[in-house]
Structure formats: C-alpha cells, structure tokens
Design a protein. Sequence first.
Length: 343
Amino acid sequence: MKIDRRHVAGLGSAALLVGMATACSPASSSDESDSESGGIKKVTIQIDGSAAPYYAPLYAAKEQGYFKKAGLDVSFTYAQGSDIVKNVAAGNVDFGFPNGDSVITSYGQGVKTNVVHTTYQQGIGAMLSKTGTGIKSPADLRGKIIGVTDLGSPNYIQLQAMLKSAKLNISDVKVRTIGTGVIVDALKNGQVDGIVFSRLRYYALKSAGVDVQQMLSDKYLPSFGNVVVASPETVEDNPKRVKAFDDALNQGIEYTIKNPAAAVNMSVSKYAPSFKGQEKDITGIINDVFAKSLWQSPTTKKDGLGQPDVDRWQKAIDAQADFKIIDEKFDAGDMVVKPNDLG
C-alpha cells in the first residue's frame, strides 16, 4: 500500500467551509489532546445521508460498548458523500462512511482518502421498474424513459454500464433527471418506465403493494456501497486507532447479524425515530440483503469482515475512467487499505 502524505491539492478554504457547514468536530492528529480522558479518544465519523437503521452495526458498536472497549468515544454526524470525503481529507472529521463510488471519484479528482474498511462488499444500485414495462434485461431498455437523480451520479454510470452490456448507449434511452425525494414517486406514478436508484427501495415498494422488479447494477458494474474512510495521514500516524475502529465495527456487524431485530429496534429508538413502525420490514431487509450479500462475501469469509477485494475496486476505478467521470485510472492499492495490515 502506498501512502500519499502530501496535503490534498485544491481543498483550501472550500473544504473548511464544507466542514463548518456540516457542523463537524475538528479531528486531532495528536494522541495527546484535551478531548481524551481515561485513555478514551474522542473521534467522529460522518455518515452518508441521515440516520437510518441500516447503519445498525455502527450504532450497535457504540451501544454495546465495542467502541469504548477499543478506547474510542465515537460521535456520529451526517452529510452527503462528496462532502464527507472532503471533510475527512481536510481533517475536519476522523472517519467517514460515504458511498464507495464517491471515494473513487474524489480520489481521481485529487481529494484523497484511504478506504480502511470495505463495509459493503457490493454496490446497492439497481434498475427498478414495474413488471408491466417489459424490462427484463438491459436489452429491453431501448426506447424506455429512465430516471436518475443526477447525470454525475454513480447511478448514471450504472445505467451506462447496463446499456453497454447490451451493446446499447445512452442515446438509446430517454434519460430524465429527477430529485432524490421524488424519484420513487415518479416510478409509482408511471412518469418513467424505470429508475436507477437504491435496491433498498425495491423492498419498500413491494411492501407498499407496488408490482416492482429489479436488476442489480453490480452485475454490470462492480461497485461498493458505504465504506469507512480515513485520511492518509491518519492511516500512517495512527494505524492502531484505525484498526481499533475497524475491529469494533466488525463486532457491531456480527452483533447485528446475530440479533437483527434487537439491533434494528435499538437503532430506530435511539437514532432513527422516523423509521418507527417499519422495524419488522427493515429487519427482514437486514437478514435478506445486508447479512447475506452486502456485509459478507467470499472475500470476507476468507479474510474477515471489512476486507477488500482489490481487483473489484480496480474494476470500479477503471470504469469511472472509461466513462470519463475521472480523467485517468489509478492503482486501487494506493487508495484501498487492507484492515489486516493495520496496527
């Protein structure tokens, strides 16, 4: 693994403004700080989006005392993926939990962080459509109206990868950009034939009685959902702290896999009350999706939770270069850290 200790180019005052706007607690690079007492180090992790019970392993690691036993007093804040990467790179927060695609894009644009825990072993994007649209494979997308949230989003890349697999291109479909808050309603109301969005919405739609189907994006473009990132300086100067965080998170994942209902109920009660009443459905998703294919994979069964498949990371990086999201390819080993190599 190569560690780039140079200051991140181009961040400057913009990153500091991002940090203030998202109300981050400044990260300290020193083990000797006023935030420590009794050998406990205060650290902050900034999480993608807003509080949700799908982040149960992080909440369980705190509530079950795994972080504390690791010598960490962990606080949670929330922001959007690209802002999280900037804040971690600038040192405004200790750790981030953004989407892996955002990490690659930012790294390729000079905002460099290290992936220190590949939490989600797959991406969570999917093509969602009603069964009546006749979309059963990428070849069926020709002439269809497809919604994406943004032309710079990972989902737009995933759409292009699906089309490419069927020897189609973006001009063969009608793309509509639709805001995150209303894109699912656009599908439900028939304004579009399909949307490329989170596969988790498939279960919510099914629960609401919508006759929906999905094609997982990961089949056509290797990608990653939420992952833990730290600055290259933190990885080099405090590898044991990073390893301690990873180990505690692994315990949180193991607890959630073994006690999904308890973990979800705790997460809703203490962190995400807006999900109250959905605990049963979310527990089912944790069991059927997260435990089976997101948190665990052949790689984790061989090497342990959070371990990366570096070859898959390289394919995801290469794809962003091929689709002109980043200017050129780079070595996945420069960005991705194997937790087993830390500490």
